[in-house]
Design a protein around this ligand. Structure first.
Ligand SMILES: *[C@@H]1O[C@H](CO)[C@@H](O)[C@H](O)[C@H]1NC(C)=O
Length: 193
């Protein structure tokens, strides 16, 4: 294989830097940043951003933008998509993200010899907090807080509308549980998600 690639232009690679999966609030802006690693001898010729459904039978690829590297800024196939290339960083910006925009995003970098490399990332809707419930485990003096399907919920606890103190109890590492140490276990407890 080495012989079939004169010059040995192997080293070009691209990966998307956003923490994955990327969660986007519908209506807000999606920004993806990709870092291109390459040999000095390699010259980027085009950058293409595409999207395809993450799951399902119909995995039709949609081209969001194809841009020559010479253009520092270039608009995509969609009016609300802008892509740019600054040194080794390629950026895709999409205004007014909507649910139809979720999926697997790819950025493909092609060099002058036609060799290409692709970086991928999953983009999903940010789901608001849903259906919070609190239950009590009397025998172990535990209050347990649950949330149904929100994205990355974080939990905190109040007692009589103030943050719980050591006199009241201890919150578990993941925040789901309040281990109540005060006796008797009574008062007004709140779980905030
Ligand atoms: C109460 O908590 C203990 C300890 O975590 C657990 O083993 C038990 O099943 C819980 N009881 C109920 C009714 O959830």
């Amino acid at each position: 294989l080495l012989f079939s690639v004169p010059g040995g232009f192997w080293c070009m690679s691209v990966h998307i830097l956003n923490e994955q999966p990327v969660h986007v609030i519908p209506g807000s802006k999606l920004v993806l940043t990709a870092r291109i690693e390459k040999d000095l001898r390699e010259e980027i010729s085009t950058i293409t951003w595409t999207r395809e459904p993450e799951t399902g039978y119909d995995r039709t690829k949609v081209t969001l933008a194809t841009c020559p590297a010479k253009n520092p800024k270039c608009s995509g196939g969609k009016p609300d998509v802008q892509v740019s290339l600054k040194q080794q960083e390629a950026t895709l910006e999409m205004n007014g993200y909507s649910t139809e925009d979720r999926g697997e995003y790819s950025v493909t970098v092609t060099d002058r010899s036609g060799a290409n490399t692709t970086g991928r990332c999953i983009v999903r809707d940010y789901e608001a907090v849903h259906h919070v419930s609190v239950s009590i485990n009397v025998s172990y003096s535990l209050l347990v807080c649950r949330e149904a399907w929100g994205t990355d919920p974080s939990f905190s606890w109040l007692h009589e509308r103030a943050a719980v103190t050591q006199q009241v109890g201890k919150v578990s590492k993941d925040g789901h549980m309040l281990i109540v140490t005060m006796t008797p276990l009574c008062g007004h407890f709140t779980c905030m998600v």
